[in-house]
Design a protein around this ligand. Sequence first.
Ligand code: M6R
Length: 608
Amino acid sequence: MCGIVGFVGKKEASPILVEGLSKLEYRGYDSAGVAVLKDELIEVIKCKGRLKNLEDKLSEEPIKGSIGIGHTRWATHGEPSDVNSHPHSNKNESISVVHNGIIENYLNIKEWLISKGYEFLSETDTEVIPNLIDYYYNGDLLDAVMRAVSDMEGSYALGVICTKEPDKIVAVRKDSPLIVGVGKEEYFIASDIPAVLNHTREVYLLEDKEFVVLTKTGVEIFDEHKEKVSKDIYHVTWNADAAEKGGYEDFMLKEIHEQPKAIRDTMASRITKGNPISLDKIKLTKEDLENFNRIYIVACGTAYHAGVVGKNIIENLARIPVEVDIASEFRYRNPILDNKTLVMVISQSGETADTLAVLRESKKKGCRVIAITNVVGSSVSREADDVIYTWAGPEIAVASTKAYVTQLVAMYIIALYFAEIKETISKKEIEDIKEELLSLPEKAEKTLEKKEMLQKFAAQNYMHRDMFFLGRGLDYAVSMEGSLKLKEISYIHSEAYAGGELKHGPIALIEKGTVVVSTITQMDLKDKMLSNIKEVVTRGAKILAVTFEGNNDVEKSVDSVIYIPKTLDILSPILSVIPLQLISYYMAKQKGCDVDKPRNLAKSVTVE
Ligand code: M6R
């Protein structure tokens, strides 16, 4: 949901800002812009469309100066257009602002500012910010920013420059991510770490309502009462290459191929043969678990789908009732929450607004909250009682792939940990599951080898307008994820259905040639699934089945089969999702879609 950057140092700012924005384009790509300060003048260049348009404009009219801010936009208030692009400025262009988030009370502020003689050019909420800062400015930019944000409701990460204090950037965050990069005589702000990694690995992870003043000579951090805050530097251990395509055509394809490693890294040291499961620093006793009468797993999108798998396996292995819900629904349905509820939030970015709101509300009501996230230092990681990191590495493609499989791994680790404590299954069963889990990275590699068949399938079917995904039990959960992947990157309409539910309505949609992808890995449900397949075949559907090696009889009932390595039924989602991801990828490529940056989407949804 928009990416912001800022630079102050001795070098030219604009190439550094553009390079930083290129690492944040995954957060939004409706428009981009930079503002650079030199000789007490701010020059703004901004335009609609991808960053490339801004680069072209900058090569025609380069802007000089060694202090500046930049923005890549995912439009919320106001259509993607030049005028709605950031940075936004006050009338005399002495103050420029980049903003990630939403100012919920902007209309009131705007009306009030208009009554004071201010004028507005854009339809954005952001434009009130430079004007409000202008209103409060009295010789101290930090002070004016502090006063302005105290009038603002909503979420924001802001970078502000001002011609009257031409040596500094003032920045602040609330409910939108912001980090500060600390280099040698150069300092950065950014919405995410990859934007600064080519320059420094030393960063400050800002908390809500922390203000930063960056100059060529250093960084000062203040709390909302203007008291100085001293913070530890976070040293980034991963490499800048992790956020590059590394020879792959797209980030999504690279990330699909990184899954074996991501699965291995997420299990490492937590699952070892013959030892109890280690859940990082989390300590839950048998008593704690018996005290919980319910677990809620809450998340959005793909992370929610990982939660659907989580519910199934925690209930099966640890016999604790689990409810799983979409964060944007959960937070408004007045759920029953108290100190007997364990809440688990799952979020790759750790910044999703609805998920974060659920975390906060649950904590307020006395629940213990465990966060499963991929981003160290993200809001959910800082605010939850306990954190389990998924070690997927940076996920750049908007469509989530490696984050999903690592979220599944986290679910298995938690389920086994609970089962071990509660002794709901035998030690031998636990060891068998662990052993099989440890073999999954290799089996994921083997699954990836099927990509040519999937490419062929995509080439034959990409022109369809609708597709269906069918499964039962865990296969249904994975089908939901397969269907989301397909629609988000290829724009083919698709639906996932539970095999047994089809005849209660959706079967009316099946006609001659309708493509159905059916996952069949739950062996106790296999015959029932084959009957459901018969029902759609009879109505003309074309079926691709994803099933375990050895299930050769499936071939008799379907048009084509993708075999994945045999594993325990309960672990199958980690493997069976891979062909579904590849189908989406190749369908989207066949259609010429931009798989890494699908239309209308952004990687982390930091607005409601
Ligand atoms: O960062 P989060 O895991 O909280 O994001 C949740 C969803 O926005 C995300 O999974 C989204 O559904 C992906 N684009 C799906 O591929």
